[in-house]
Design a protein around this ligand. Structure first.
Ligand code: SF4
Ligand code: SF4
Ligand code: FES
Length: 220
């Protein structure tokens, strides 16, 4: 028996699940993810499917169960009877602009953060970002830490972030919690000494390169 026949037989034995994906009725089988159901149901254009392992953050979906509307990652969500699934378009370009190279010392990070993210101080603590995060990140607290100038801790709060930006969609104040987290991680790294073993190895490579260049010059 071929693999595809075996899969078809296995699917045939599973209970059926009826749902809609991008407005199309799909008959899936229990245990399928929403991505598998979309492929199985011949949904024509499913954008934003990458890693299939909950890492790339691109398979963003809106889910409607009766009156309840939530968001999630399609490769990490299993089919349910009666659920309506809409694949969301890719995240739009970031609205908060800065150049790390412009930060010459750490004294003015806090003031500049508030210029770059003026909305962050207006967090209304609605928990929308926390509730939308498929990674269980406490984004609301991460934003509060950044607002207080505690960027290292803020960055750590977003440590598992995959930049799916579902929290950004959920934020009524347009704070862009995902980008607050990214800023916090970047700025912490920017002012942090690189690991000594990395510095040591880079220096070794630099010296090896110089040695090779010298040898080549002397052979000419
Ligand atoms: S914090 Fe935001 S961008 Fe990061 S994983 Fe959670 S929802 Fe996605
Ligand atoms: S969704 Fe926005 S306003 Fe609501 S808690 Fe999160 S950062 Fe604050
Ligand atoms: S396809 Fe990458 S997170 Fe779902």
């Amino acid at each position: 028996m071929t693999t595809s026949n075996a899969t078809a037989d296995k699917n045939a034995q599973q209970p059926g699940v009826a749902l809609t994906i991008n407005g199309l009725a799909v008959n899936a089988t229990e245990g399928m993810t929403l991505v598998e159901a979309a492929w199985h149901g011949g949904v024509p254009r499913v954008t934003g499917v990458g890693c299939l392992e909950g890492v790339c953050g691109s398979c963003r979906v809106m889910l409607r169960r009766g009156k309840e509307v939530t968001v999630g990652l399609a490769c990490q969500t299993f089919v349910e009877d009666g659920i309506d699934v809409i694949f969301l378009p890719p995240a739009s370009a970031p609205q908060h602009h800065y150049e790390l190279g412009d930060f010459k010392d750490s004294w003015d990070i806090h003031a500049r953060f508030h210029k770059i993210f003026p909305e962050a101080a207006r967090c209304r603590h609605c928990h929308g970002c926390d509730n939308s995060c498929p990674k269980g990140i406490t984004a609301e607290n991460g934003v509060a830490l950044a607002v207080a100038g505690r960027f290292r801790e803020a960055g750590e709060a977003f440590f598992e972030c995959i930049m799916c930006e579902l929290c950004d969609i959920a934020c009524p104040e347009l704070i862009a919690p995902a980008h607050v987290g990214l800023f916090s991680r970047r700025i912490t790294a920017h002012f942090h000494l690189r690991p000594p073993n990395l510095i040591h190895r880079l220096e070794e490579l630099r010296q090896e390169h110089q040695e090779t260049s010298r040898n080549e010059d002397s052979e000419e």
